[in-house]
Design a protein around this ligand. Structure first.
Ligand code: CTP
Length: 409
C-alpha cells in the first residue's frame, strides 16, 4: 500500500502556512489489511481509520457517487484498485486535490499548484456539484485566503450559482451549514464569505434576511456608505479586525435585519427596526441551530444596539433597564460583548472606522456603578424577597444618577 498526505496539509504547506490537520489517503489496501495493522476504524460512513499511535486520519482511496438529495445520499466505492487520481478528482477544489508522499513528491493531476500560484479557487470537476456544502466551503476559503489575493474562478462561480438556483442548498443539514458559517465568520475576512455567497445567489437561499439588506438605503448623515448590506459587511469586517469572538461576529452580521422590512416609503429612515428585526434574527438562529450564546447575543444586540449608541443621552432609569436586561450581575462577559458589537457597528461606517466610541467606557462605568451597590446594608435594614429586589433597584438607580451626573458634567 502507498500512503499520501492530501487536502489542506499539502495546500497549506505549499502556501507556507502552518499545517494543523493532516489527512492521508491509502492506495492499494483493503479494510482487513488496515485492521490487521492495528488501525482503528472511525464512523460507519466512510472507510476511514485512525493510526494506532498518532491518532491521525487515514482514508482508503475511494470514488463517490451521489444517489440522492443532501449529504446522506452518497454511495462510495473503496477498493485496492481505486487510484490516487480517481480519489483526487472527486474533491472540491484543485488546490485541495493534490497529494504528496513522504519524500514530498507531488501528485497534482488537476493543476492545483498552478491555481495556488495564480491565487484561484477552482473546482476540480463537475463532481463538485455532488455536495452542495461546497458552495459554503468555497466562500469560506475565499474568506480565509482573501488576504493572499485569492478569488473564485468564473466557472466555479457559475457552478455555485447553478447549485444555489437548483434549491439543493435547502437539503443541507443545520449542523453542516453552521459548521461552515461559524468557521467562515472566524476567518480573517468574514465579509468576503458573505459577499461570495451573495454573488452566487446562495445568500438568498441560506439567509434571505441578510440578502434583503442589499439595496436598502440608510440616511447618509449617519451612514456615509448608505447601503445597509454594505454596512453589515463593514461591521463584520471590523469585528474581525478587532479580533472579536464568534458571538460578537454573529451579532454583527444580524444586528440590522429589521431594516430589510422597512416599507420603501419610509426609506431611508428605519423606525423601530430594532424590534421588527427580532423575529428575523430568531428565524436565522433557529434555521442553523446556532449555539445558545450566539443566539442570545444576536437578539440582545439586535434589540439594544441603538441604546448603546445613545448611551450618554439615556435617562438613568433607561440605563438601569438596559443593564437589567443583560443581567450584568451574573453575566458580565455578555455585556462586554454587547458593548463590543455596538462599537463594531459604529466603526462599520464608511470613513468613520477610526472615530472613537466613548459610549463603550461610559457603559462599562455604568455597569460598574450598578454592580457596586452592596446588598448587605439592605439585608441589615430588614429587606427580603421582592422588597429586597425593589430596594436594590432604587439604590442602583441612585448610583446611576450619580454616575451620569459625574460622567457628563
Ligand atoms: N473535501 C471535499 N469536499 C468536502 C469536504 C472535504 O472535497 N465537502 C476534501 C478536500 O479535498 C479537502 C479534504 O477533503 O481538502 C479535507 O477536508 P477538510 O479537512 O474539511 O478541509 P481542509 O481542506 O483540510 O481544510 P481546513 O483547513 O479548512 O480543514
Amino acid at each position: 500500500m502507498q500512503v499520501y498526505k492530501v487536502g489542506g496539509a499539502v495546500r497549506d504547506r505549499l502556501l507556507g502556512l502552518p499545517v494543523t490537520d493532516i489527512d492521508r489517503v491509502v492506495v492499494g489496501a483493503t479494510t482487513e489489511e488496515m485492521l490487521a495493522q492495528g488501525f482503528r476504524p472511525v464512523g460507519a460512513d466512510f472507510p476511514v481509520f485512525l493510526h494506532p499511535k498518532t491518532g491521525e486520519e487515514y482514508a482508503l482511496a475511494r470514488t463517490e457517487r451521489k444517489s440522492g438529495r443532501g449529504y446522506g445520499g452518497f454511495t462510495f466505492y473503496a477498493s485496492p484498485e481505486v487510484t490516487l487520481e480517481e480519489d483526487l478528482i472527486r474533491r472540491d477544489l484543485t488546490i485541495n486535490a493534490m497529494a504528496e508522499d513522504d519524500q514530498l513528491n507531488l501528485t497534482d493531476p488537476y493543476h492545483g499548484q498552478r491555481d495556488l500560484e495564480a491565487r484561484i479557487l477552482r473546482h476540480v470537476s463537475p463532481a463538485f456539484a455532488e455536495d452542495p456544502l461546497r458552495v459554503l466551503r468555497v466562500a469560506r476559503f475565499a474568506a480565509r485566503y482573501a488576504g493572499l489575493g485569492f478569488t473564485v474562478a468564473d466557472e466555479t462561480m457559475d457552478l455555485m450559482r447553478q447549485l444555489s438556483e437548483s434549491g439543493e442548498l435547502q437539503a443541507l443539514t443545520a449542523e453542516r451549514s453552521w459548521k461552515e458559517i461559524s468557521r467562515a465568520l472566524m476567518e480573517d475576512h468574514p465579509q468576503v464569505f458573505i459577499q461570495v455567497l451573495r454573488d452566487c445567489g446562495a445568500l438568498k437561499e441560506l439567509m434571505p434576511e441578510v440578502d434583503a439588506l442589499f439595496g436598502v438605503p440608510q440616511p447618509e448623515t449617519h451612514h456615509p456608505e448608505i447601503d445597509t448590506g454594505l454596512h453589515a459587511l463593514s461591521v463584520l469586517e471590523q469585528s474581525s479586525l478587532h479580533k472579536q469572538p464568534l458571538t460578537v461576529r454573529w451579532a454583527c452580521l444580524l444586528h440590522d435585519l429589521g431594516k430589510g422590512l422597512t416599507p420603501e416609503e419610509e426609506w431611508p429612515r428605519h423606525i423601530a427596526h430594532e424590534h421588527t428585526g427580532l423575529k428575523l434574527i430568531k428565524a436565522v438562529n433557529e434555521r442553523f441551530k446556532v449555539p445558545k450564546d450566539c443566539q442570545e447575543l444576536a437578539l440582545l444586540v439586535g434589540q439594544y444596539h441603538t441604546h448603546g449608541h445613545r448611551a450618554l443621552e439615556l435617562k438613568a432609569s433607561t440605563l438601569l433597564e438596559l443593564l437589567q436586561s443583560f443581567d450584568i450581575y451574573r453575566r458580565p462577559q455578555r455585556f462586554e460583548e454587547f458593548i463590543a458589537a455596538c462599537e463594531m457597528d459604529a466603526r462599520g461606517r464608511k470613513g468613520l472606522e477610526q472615530r472613537s466610541y466613548p459610549q463603550a467606557d461610559y457603559l462599562r462605568g455604568a455597569a460598574k456603578a450598578a454592580r457596586e451597590v452592596a446588598v448587605q446594608p439592605l439585608l441589615e435594614q430588614g429587606f427580603k424577597g421582592p422588597e429586597l429586589g425593589e430596594a436594590l433597584k432604587r439604590e442602583r438607580l441612585k448610583a446611576l444618577k450619580a454616575y451620569k451626573e459625574a460622567a457628563t458634567a
